[in-house]
Design a protein around this ligand. Structure first.
Ligand code: CA
Length: 227
């Protein structure tokens, strides 16, 4: 069976161009024309990735993605947005999208992002979990816990923390995080990393009263749980 992609897009010209292009690349493609149908198909079918427009009739793309994530479905989602700017990006990613692309987009860029997402998705199947002190992460189950307490992370938060835990005890710089977690030439504000680190601290450090992510001033961060 081939790699199956669900495209949720109400603009027919965009949807059919995506279908033709992706089929030419060898993907099996299904189209849904509104958010409700998209959510239903995503839940019923087994797709390797979903290309999800934000502005959709009935249910917007953010809600579709959030609903999937809340139900424990971590199929990679590439969000298509007409909006611009880092905060919209942060909003989109925090609904659990793995990546985003601003319209109008180049098909070459879209397929590159899609391949990167699919690679990441399958890379998570190698069965390895990571531990640093009392922090545990299992990419296969998209599971994170600290001191035995489960912590809910968005897709992007999870990716950043996974990168840090793999290099625990070492300094990681913001550009390294951007290169490794965003998977493509990031052209926005690199301070987006700070936004995510702040959110991660709220989830994995503040409730426990001890530090896991340390700031190395002017350089980056170091993950090292204080026990
Ligand atoms: Ca649309």
């Amino acid at each position: 069976m081939g790699v199956r992609i669900l495209v949720v897009e109400d603009e027919r010209t965009v949807a059919s161009a995506l279908r033709r292009g992706l089929q030419a690349e060898g993907y099996d493609v299904d189209i849904a024309e509104d958010g409700e149908d998209g959510l239903w198909r995503a839940q019923e079918g087994s797709y390797d990735a979903i290309i999800l427009d934000v502005m959709l009739p009935k249910l917007n793309g953010y809600k579709v993605c959030r609903t999937l994530r809340d139900s424990g479905d971590w199929t990679p989602v590439l969000m298509l947005t007409a909006k611009d700017g880092e905060y919209d990006e942060a909003e989109g990613l925090d609904t659990g999208a793995d990546d985003y692309l601003t319209k109008p987009f180049s098909f070459v860029v879209l397929t590159a992002r899609l391949r990167a997402m699919l690679r990441r998705g399958s890379g998570a199947q190698d069965g390895s979990a990571f531990e640093a002190g009392d922090l545990l992460m299992d990419p296969v189950r998209h599971h994170c816990e600290r001191a035995g307490t489960k912590i809910d992370l968005t897709a992007r938060e999870f990716a950043i923390l996974s990168y840090m835990i793999r290099r625990s005890g070492q300094i990681v710089t913001k550009p390294e995080i951007l290169d490794n977690v965003w998977d493509y030439e990031f052209e926005g504000d690199p301070n987006i990393v700070e936004v995510y680190v702040r959110r991660l601290r709220k989830k994995i450090d503040e409730p426990f009263g001890t530090r896991t992510i340390h700031t190395v001033r002017g350089v980056g961060y170091r993950l090292e749980p204080e026990l």
